[in-house]
Structure formats: structure tokens, C-alpha cells
Design a protein around this ligand. Structure first.
Ligand SMILES: [Zn+2]
Length: 421
């Protein structure tokens, strides 16, 4: 896949969550059709089997919930999912990748793609990958609401992709031992509170927003009732902060400023900042004359503010992608006092997208033992979810690793479901 999707260092920033997720949709689709069922550990070469044993040693699989898993589709099964045409047409590298991925899906007749093939293959692939984990491990599947403008009008032209709540709930309900679901509700919708009530009654474990793409200003006073409901139900709000250049969406990058999450925090909401805001720049609004700073530095400031200690969390998804700085890697590994507030997430399907990870760079930066590269790469080709977890368990800086607490995520969501079943 690498040669069909050339990856240049100067474009690293441009290939972030949304575009790469769409690329991952087609990568995972290709792999879905070509993949074999989950391989039992004893069938792996000894080096990989060792790596897997080390990965799960000291972890409770029942507590291992992946808090950042994208559910994607093109709606060909009637799921209601949409992808903006600009994401699959006209952007040549993606179109090339898509074609290559489909060709790689050997034996798939072209007409399967118009017959529920994309939606279903995506979910089938995810189930196959999940089956490679011990029983108990689960994935939180994200819905993704449309963008609305300031007057609460739906904006299809800003909506990069859309995954309805009902679809996420339905997919999770079919395989509850493996999947839970996360609702996405634009808070300016006239029926936002009703949708929230329905989502919580339907078992949603959290609410996910991508403010820059969906056009949500976290400081908007109209959000106060929505926040109050989240706080009262102890439902976590997963907020994507940091730069999001490649999701055209509403294009309001200033709304991804990590400092804006103080608004829901002040309202008593538990907030999970996706990727610890580890990509891009944001204005330091705490200065009288705000200057641009790495968004991650602003997230770090919030993590150090004592008033949010029991409320502010970060997810560890995508942190070890090649487009993050070595400073991010070292900080995350060394800040042991953060680890109880860091939550494991894969950002699936991105761990399977060729150019986004470089074990060579991690070795070069001194975070990964060169002996781990071959088994990790082997694992990645077969199961990118196992690769993502194994990688996070292996990276270290001066002997400091991510604590097992990072992978003990289930308990963060239990309170959200109390009284709802
Ligand atoms: Zn994501």
C-alpha cells in the first residue's frame, strides 16, 4: 500500500484524522476481503507469540476498552453513512489508494461494492480483528454527526463524513461482547437534548465531538443545558482538539483549541481530549496577546491544573503515529502522574494505514528496541489493532513505559451506564 500512497514529510500534517480515516476505510475494506480469520497465538512465529504474551501480561482483558474506534461506511447497506464526494473524488492520492485497495481485494467482484459491500466489509473486518483479542476486550464505535452552522442549519457542504447514532448503536448491539457505541450529537440541534436522552437510554457510553469540523464552539452559552445533562449522567464528552487540516468540515481550526475545554470542565463534565491534542498549533488564549503554541503544550497546561484532576482525561490514540513530535512521545511516557488519566484508544482504522506509523523512526528516537520491529511489523500486516496495542506496550523512554492503568479503561464508563440498563 505504501508505494501507491506516497507519503512526503512536508505533507505529514495534512494527513490527519479525517482523510486518513477515509484512506483507512478502503485499506480495511481491502484487508477485510483478503484477510484470514484471527490467528491463534500459538500459530504465530515464536517472536510474535512472545510479543503478544508480553503485550497482555499484567492486563485484564475485561477492562481493556478501546475508547477511540471509528465506524465508517458509505451507506451502501442502507446504514445512512455518507462520505463527502470531495474525499473520494478528485483528491488523487486517495483515489489511487482506493483503486489499489480494491484491486488488492482479490476475488471481490466489482459489483459487491454497490451492494452493501463497503459498510458490511468494514464491520466484518473489525469483528475479525477483535477476535484476535482475548474475550472481554471491547471497542467503542464512534458515530459522527453532521456539521451545523451558527444558526443551527445542517451544512452538507461542511460534512466530511456522517455516521448516524442509530447505525453505531445497531452495529454494537449485534456484537455486544465486543462493541459498545459512542453517540455524536451536535449540541445546537433543536432536538439535541432529546437525542441525548435517547442515546443514553440506548446505551451510548460517551458523546463525541470534533469541534473544528462540526462547527461547535465549546464556550457557546447555548450549550449549558447539554453540559448539565452530561454532568448529571456522568457521561464523558470525547472532544477532538488540535489541528485537523484534512477534514475540510467547517474548517474552523480555532475551535479545536484545547483551552476551550475549560468550558465543559467548568460545567462539571468529564472531558476526554482525543489524541491529547498532540497535533498542530493553537493560540495561547491565556496570554494578553495570544501567540501560537503547540496544541499539546496547552493540553499539558490543562492537565497540570488541579481543579480538573478528576474530570480531564486524554486518549492515547494516534500518539505514536509518525506525524507526532518526539517531545510528545517522551512527555507522555515520562508523565507517570498522567497515566491514570490516559485512556487507550486505537483510532482504528488508522493503525492499518501504511504511511502513518514508522517503527524505524521510533527506533531512531530511542523509544523502541530494534528487535521489536520485525514482530511488530508482522503483527501489523495481520492485525493492526494488535499491532497498535503491542506498540503502546513496547515504547519506552529511559525505562519509562505507559502504565497498565492506561489500558484499564472500562471503569471510566461504568458510571455512565448505571441505572440505564
Ligand atoms: Zn479519530
Amino acid at each position: 500500500m505504501n508505494d501507491s500512497f506516497s507519503f512526503h514529510p512536508h505533507r505529514r500534517r495534512a494527513l490527519c484524522c479525517g482523510a486518513a480515516a477515509i484512506a483507512g476505510l478502503f485499506t480495511s475494506l481491502a484487508q477485510a476481503e483478503a484477510s484470514t480469520p484471527a490467528m491463534p497465538w500459538q500459530a504465530w512465529p515464536a517472536q510474535v507469540a512472545d510479543l503478544l504474551h508480553q503485550t497482555f501480561e499484567g492486563l485484564d482483558p475485561v477492562a481493556l476498552w478501546d475508547v477511540h474506534t471509528h465506524l465508517l461506511g458509505n451507506g451502501d447497506s442502507g446504514s445512512g453513512c455518507t462520505i463527502h464526494p470531495s474525499m473520494t473524488e478528485g483528491w488523487h492520492p486517495l483515489e489511487r489508494l482506493r483503486r489499489a485497495a480494491i484491486m488488492q481485494a482479490a476475488g471481490v467482484p466489482g459489483d459487491a461494492l454497490g451492494n452493501g459491500g463497503v459498510d458490511r466489509a468494514y464491520v466484518a473486518r473489525l469483528r475479525t480483528l477483535a477476535a484476535g483479542f482475548p474475550p472481554g476486550a471491547r471497542w467503542m464505535l464512534f458515530a459522527f454527526d453532521r456539521a451545523l452552522d451558527d444558526q443551527a442549519r445542517e451544512r452538507p457542504d461542511w460534512t466530511t463524513f456522517h455516521v448516524p447514532d442509530a447505525y453505531a448503536q445497531q452495529v454494537a448491539a449485534l456484537t455486544p461482547e465486543r462493541f459498545g457505541w459512542v453517540a455524536s450529537i451536535h449540541p445546537l440541534r433543536p432536538d439535541a437534548l432529546d437525542r441525548l436522552a435517547r442515546a443514553l437510554a440506548g446505551g451510548a457510553l460517551a458523546i463525541k465531538w470534533l469541534p473544528s469540523a462540526m462547527s461547535i464552539d465549546l464556550r457557546d452559552r447555548r450549550l449549558s443545558t447539554f453540559y448539565a445533562r452530561l454532568a448529571a449522567s456522568r457521561t464523558p464528552l470525547i472532544v477532538h482538539c488540535g489541528e485537523e487540516k484534512a477534514v475540510p468540515g467547517a474548517g474552523r481550526n480555532e475551535l479545536g483549541n484545547p483551552l476551550l475545554v475549560r468550558a465543559p470542565l467548568q460545567a462539571g463534565v468529564r472531558v476526554i481530549v482525543a489524541h491529547c491534542a498532540s497535533l498542530g498549533q493553537a493560540l495561547d488564549l491565556d496570554q494578553r496577546r495570544p501567540t501560537s503554541r503547540p496544541a499539546f503544550d496547552l493540553f499539558t497546561r490543562l492537565m497540570d491544573e488541579p481543579e480538573w484532576r478528576d474530570r480531564l482525561l486524554g486518549d492515547a490514540s494516534a500518539l505514536f503515529q509518525v506525524n507526532r513530535s518526539a517531545k510528545v512521545w517522551r512527555t507522555v511516557l515520562q508523565c507517570a502522574d498522567w497515566h491514570p488519566r490516559l485512556l487507550h484508544g486505537s483510532d482504528y482504522p488508522l493503525p492499518g494505514v501504511g504511511p502513518l506509523y514508522s517503527t524505524a523512526r521510533l527506533v531512531h528516537e530511542g523509544l523502541l528496541d530494534a528487535n521489536d520491529v520485525a514482530p511488530l511489523e508482522r503483527l501489523r500486516r495481520h492485525n493492526p489493532l494488535l499491532f497498535d496495542l503491542a506498540l503502546k506496550r513496547r515504547v519506552a523512554w529511559r525505562g519509562e513505559r505507559l502504565s497498565p492503568l492506561v489500558f484499564d479503561t472500562r471503569w471510566h464508563f461504568e458510571s455512565a451506564t448505571i441505572g440505564i440498563a
